[in-house]
Design a protein around this ligand. Structure first.
Ligand code: NAD
Length: 307
């Protein structure tokens, strides 16, 4: 969507459909060249929400022509077994992306498992090599939700340079990578969190406000600068008027008259996350192809220097 066309709602469903169509086209071209991209999704345990997320990811992969390999392990799976599976997937050339669905059961060290995933197959962008690469502004695999938010922002605002972006939340999954991507796009970035002082005043400085606190309707009209572009990452289930419903971290009804553009919940950031998982799978394949091309020349380098 474009702010300049006076359309206020940032439609994540429509944008994600466009991203998925782009991915589908690229997959078709790859298949014609004899290449079949593959995504492995690993689920440990029977957490109900995780099962839904995994099912949706697998379905979406199939829709765009990416081969999906589902690995479901019992809740009592030990860490060594999981690490061995990750190593097998790292070594499998038919697997281009590996996603380990979080959270893992408490007896498994999440960090150790995420570090075991090859950085070139790390479609979630959680490996420290990719986190570091993002901080350095290199072309690496970056987390799907913030990457999806950047697409929505680019479509809504066009040029992001010089805009003041305020990110509410500092998690490794959303807040921190979001701030890094905004910085890479030449925004002036402020990150605020649960210990920040006078949050409303800090947020009122934002040309772009990204809310990722996980607190229902935390951000009201008095937190917004008129004309701000608001990206609401929050997904919170609340009971209201005897009904269960999903709301964001932004009080949507209060923010709508003030914002230049705003994402709804649901239908905003949510669909972008899966779309960017598919995009990251193709990016991972590309990075693997580049690495494979670079390898022989490195192997020959000592020989050349001797010749
Ligand atoms: P998290 O709990 O890991 O982090 C929340 C962050 O918000 C923390 O850094 C904390 O300091 C900050 N925070 C908490 N309360 C605050 C307050 N009152 N004021 C200011 N800052 C506060 O959560 P997360 O994983 O980053 O997720 C955040 C939200 O985004 C959740 O609602 C989650 O469900 C949602 N989410 C959505 C998607 C998607 O695809 N749309 C993906 C990931 C997360």
């Amino acid at each position: 969507m474009n702010v300049h066309q006076n359309i206020k709602l940032i439609d994540g469903k429509a944008t994600s459909a466009r991203v998925l169509a782009e991915v589908r086209e690229q997959v078709l071209a790859l298949r014609e060249a004899g290449i079949q991209p593959g995504l492995a999704v690993v689920l440990v345990g029977s957490d109900a929400a995780s099962q839904v997320y995994v099912r949706n990811k697998v379905l979406r992969a199939e829709e765009v022509g990416i081969r999906s390999l589902e690995h479901r392990l019992g809740a009592d799976t030990d860490e060594q077994t999981l690490l061995a599976l990750v190593q097998r997937l790292n070594a499998d050339p038919s697997v281009n992306g590996i996603l380990v669905q979080l959270p893992l059961p408490p007896h498994i060290d999440e960090h150790r498992v995420l570090q075991a995933v090859s950085p070139l197959k790390d479609v979630d962008g959680f490996h420290s090599a990719n986190v570091g690469g993002l901080a350095q502004g290199r072309d690496v695999l970056t987390p799907c939700t913030p990457s999806g938010c950047m697409r929505l922002l680019r479509d809504a605002c066009g040029d992001l340079r010089g805009k003041h972006a305020v990110v509410v939340g500092r998690s490794n999954i959303v807040g921190k990578p979001m701030a890094a991507l905004l910085l890479q796009a030449d925004c002036t970035v402020t990150v605020v969190h649960s210990r920040s002082r006078d949050l409303p005043a800090l947020c009122r400085q934002a040309d772009i406000l990204v809310a990722a606190a996980g607190k229902p309707r935390l951000i009201g009209a008095d937190w917004l600068k008129p004309g701000a572009v608001v990206i609401d990452v929050g997904i919170n289930r609340i009971e209201e008027d005897g009904r269960s419903r999903l709301v964001g971290d932004v009080d949507f009804a209060a923010a709508l008259p003030l914002a230049a553009a705003i994402t709804p919940v649901p239908g905003g950031v949510g669909p972008m996350t899966i779309a960017y998982l598919m995009k990251n799978t193709l990016l991972a394949l590309d990075l693997q192809q580049q690495a494979a091309l670079a390898r022989p020349s490195q192997e020959h380098a000592p020989c050349l220097s001797l010749c």
